[in-house]
Design a protein around this ligand. Sequence first.
Ligand code: S3P
Length: 427
Amino acid sequence: MRIEPAAAIVGHVAVPGDKSISHRAVLLGALGEGETRVRGFGRSADTEATVRAMRALGVDIDDVADDELLIAGVGLRGLQATGGPVDCANAGTLIRLLAGILAGQDGRFELTGDESLRARPMERIAEPLRRMGARVETADGHAPVVVEGSTALHGIEYALPVASAQVKSAVLLAGLNATGATTVVEPAPTRDHTELMLEAAGVRVRRRPASVTIEPPAALRLGEVDVPGDFSSAAPLLAAAALVPGSDVTVHGLGLNPRRTGLLDVLERMGARVAVFNRRRSAGEAVGDVQVEHAQLVATEIRADEVPLLVDELPLVALLGCQAHGETVVRGAAELRVKESDRIEAVTDGLQASGARIHSREDGWTVTGVPTRLRGGRVDARGDHRIAMLGAVAGLASREGVEVEGAGTVAVSFPGFYDLLDSLVRR
Ligand code: S3P
């Protein structure tokens, strides 16, 4: 797909429901007592994989509307092995959180996924789940992951070797069916949607600055979940507004969990004009409307402890750096090498091929910015939705446009991305 330069990005939009929260609502709704209604469900290839996986494990899920589900909970130990492998497609969140849930179910379960998912590290969840008493096998550290659940799991205190919300969540979800408390200690704060939703479902959750503890509940009761707009889906629109002169974009009803919105702090530091309106709370999550206006950008540095707060937005930070006066440096982001693609190399290659002065580091990038539009060129998405979106934003902000190779992969998280973007573009 060819993305032509934009004269400006202007308007008001809303984005689909948060992917992290949508996955969790389906998983926890399935383990609940009675019905859970999910409103604002962010339907995408990833979250559809979660719906299909839970159906395969015996859960009744009614597609009430494109953005609404009704889930008939089977209770904390009610999932059933179907015999065949459960296909987690491209979804890292699904395979890791589900492995945690299955660790406490009676049965043998096999979890697999597409080529990208089968290349991602799985020992990081297998290891703590074994410590809790489950039998977990990986194929040389990768999927397929075979979980032989145990009805005699015990709670542990686990210090995460990497800052990962998926690993934290896998351990906490296994803790739902364990005896005694389960504690996860984090090297840096990561997104806390699991903790917030468990609390909303009636679980005793104790939170300290560097750790979280849950007590196994008798039952989960979610009732209703209103999913806010996905900050990571809004991020490309906000970055485009910051980059293209004359732009002014407002995204309404956006999830503003402070462990997700690191990009807003970075945009402000870089000199973009950022405003947040209508701050409110919904089911424990912060929500609001965000406006970003273009301004001449200046370079910034991203430190390791900041990385989890904008982990999925770091490719966009590299692009912002291309147009920011000075040298932008991203450090402590080696985790990007094990996302849906090696995002450090995918970003470096794509932006270099579009005229940028960017170099990879082992754990991030160094970008020398020039305060003019990028030339443009070609970005290969490498099967990674966030890289395809990066290519699209680079195209809008460029002089000559960008050819995005594998553009369709945006459907993994945001099927309507190009249409929504197009509705904001002035040529
Ligand atoms: C996610 C956690 C992050 C993030 C991913 C979604 C989640 O992954 O990159 O897109 O929903 O918990 P890690 O936990 O591996 O950092």
